[in-house]
Structure formats: C-alpha cells, structure tokens
Design a binder for this molecule. Sequence first.
Ligand code: DSN
Length: 421
Amino acid sequence: MHEPKLTHLATEDPAIAELIEAETTRQFEKLRMIASENYTSTAVMEACGTVLNNKYSEGYAGKRYYEGQQFIDPIESLAVERAKALFGTEHANVQPYSGSPANLAIYLAFLQPGDKVMSMALAHGGHLTHGSPVSVTGKWFKPVHYGVEAETGRVDMDKVRELALAERPKLIIAGGTAIPRTIDFPAFAAIAREVGAILMADIAHIAGLIAGGAHPSPVGFADVVTTTTHKTLRGPRGAMIMAKPEHATAVDKAVFPGLQGGPHNHTTAGIAVALHEASQPAFKEYAHQIVANAQALAAALTERGFNLVSGGTDNHLILIDLSNKEIGGKPAAKALDAAGIELNFNGVPFDTRRPLDPSGIRLGTPALTTRGLTEAQMPQVAQWMDETIAAAVKDDTAGLERIAGEVRDLLAAYPMPGFVA
Ligand code: DSN
C-alpha cells in the first residue's frame, strides 16, 4: 500500500487511488534500473503533498509579488542554504520546474538567438536541451557537438579543445544523460577559459554522486551548474541552478521572470528535505554503494558477453551495445520489463539503427541501491538479464514470467520508501 496513506483519495476518487496503488505495487515488485529514476523518501513525499500547493510566490525570498509569504520565504531560503552548503556553491536557485527549464534558463541568461553552443552529441550521451535539432535549443541556437571516440567510448579532451578553438562557442556544456565515465570538469573549465566561453555543467544524472563524494564536483570550475533533483540526488521532481556569484543575478532573472511564473512551493519544500537527507553521513555511503553496485554489475555483464560502451562504468550508469546479441534495444527493453527488469532502450555512439529502434539499452543502479541491494546481488541481476535476452530471442514468454517471479521474490525482502505491506 502507498505510504503516506491515500485515505481521502480512495473515497473521493477511487479510480485515481487504485491506479496509484497499482503503480506503488509495480515499483515494489520491479527491479527498477532506469538510470535517471529513484525512490524518493516518504518524508520528501509528505513535504510535496501539502497546502504549499495552494500558494503563489512569484519573486524570491524577501522580494515577492504576492502577500502571505511568511512561511514560504523561510522554506525557500532553507532549500537555498542547504543547496549551497551541500555543493559548496555561493549561489543557488531552487525554482526551475525541472531540468529542461533549468537548462533553458542558462541559454536565456547568457546567449542571444543564433549564438553558438558546444555540447556532447545526443547520440553520444548528451541531452535534448544541449542543442538537439528537435529542441528549441537547437532551433534557436547554433549547436556544435563533441562526442566519444569509437575505439574507447570516451571523450578525448584534446579534441574537445580543438573543436572549441575552431568554433569559438559562447557556451560550453559538460554533462549528459548516457555518460558512464567521469567528466573532467577542470579540463572543460580550462578550455572554456581559453576560448572565452561560459561553462555550464549539467550534473542531473550525477548530482547525488557529487553530493556524496563519489564523483568530482564541477563547483569552482563551471560558471553555472544545472541539475534535476530527482535522480541520484533522490529528491522530488524539480531542478536547481548553482552559479558563481558574478552570474547570480543573470541566472535568477532568467528563471523568473524570464521563463517561469510562481515557483512550485511544495516541490521547494521537498527539495529542502532531500538536501537535508543528502547531507547526512548515510547518503555518502549510499552514493558510493551506487557506484560499487554499478561496477559489480558491469563486471558480471561483461563476463556474460555483454558489450559495454567504454568497457565499464565509473558512476551509476551502464550503456550496453546489444549488436552482438541478435536483438535490438527496444525488443530487449520490452522483454526485460516483462521479466521484471525495468530500463530503457537507448542509442549507442555511432549507432547504425534509428533512435526509436536503437542498438542499445541504458541502465543504472540508483534505485536498486535505495532498496538496499549490494554487490552481492549483482551477479544474479546480470544472470537474469542474460537469461531474459536469451528467452526474448527464442520468444520464450514462460521464461520471462519465471524470471519476473524470481525478481519479485528477491525484492520482497527489500523495503521500498512509499510502500507498506
Ligand atoms: N529523461 C532523463 C533521463 O532519463 O536521462 C533526462 O532528462
């Protein structure tokens, strides 16, 4: 059952209550390995589901356009102070509705339409908002992309520098959504300095690892840092921007009034709670366990003949090229979901297949680490994945059902925040 209880909802709108209960059970029974997902704490959920939903608060603490901010101001100030303390930054804005608006705010703060932006290619692990042609960031700005090397699956920073020197972008973006290796923020900062560009680090995927000391921080190197709050950071769905003090006003103005109206105060409270949780010693252990689990899983998958982009992982994320497995990424992801293992199909660098039917799958360990799984269970997870792919190739539905049952049996012993039996 969902926790907090859905007592009022069950009476007033049983249809929605039942669907939420079904989703709760699904999340309890599945091995959730979408690299960008997690289980937020019950305390965060409580903070998000309150009367804070009722309040408009355009502006910033102490300078609002609506009255009645006696309690909203301290909530937002607490979130800001906690973000600054956790990441060691001098300025934080906790109002962006999510990662895409946070990133767009950086374009608005520093660029004019038509300006050049340099970022990781989407097909090599970047993000839609880093200048993809289907995104406003690609339509209104001029993107140039770096990528990974075919032989290593890693970014060659000398080539990034050469591209920056040739293209002279106004904004350089470091980070993305399918990068299994450590990002060299000092090298990006040196390049940005050399060409006079603003450096933005998009740490959405790795924010929790950085907070927990399991990945180097871009703070002190990047001019601005954007992040969502719900991935490895384990907060509610939202985002933050951190900035060097000289960029604080430009960033704040871009978020409000540049792009957004009133902040989502309920989310701000949830972010504040998540930042408090992330400042506790247990979170450091959690962040390191995510990486230990991903590396143990990567080793077990490699042993079973899976081809990992870059040969492994330094963080929470594994990208698998299934070209040697007689199955595309999409049918593999669907079969794995039927077998109780939830992940997403994904392009791999230099993919010869289409984005909607690519060669790869992407997976990560943040959520299963929150459930309490450790390196000890990773060989079993790799075995299930291997067996699922084999079953899918043979169209063996019974095999998928058997694995889903085994996954359910294992997970029954691991508590889930937001669920009580
Ligand atoms: N949708 C997120 C992810 O899965 O990486 C990025 O926005």
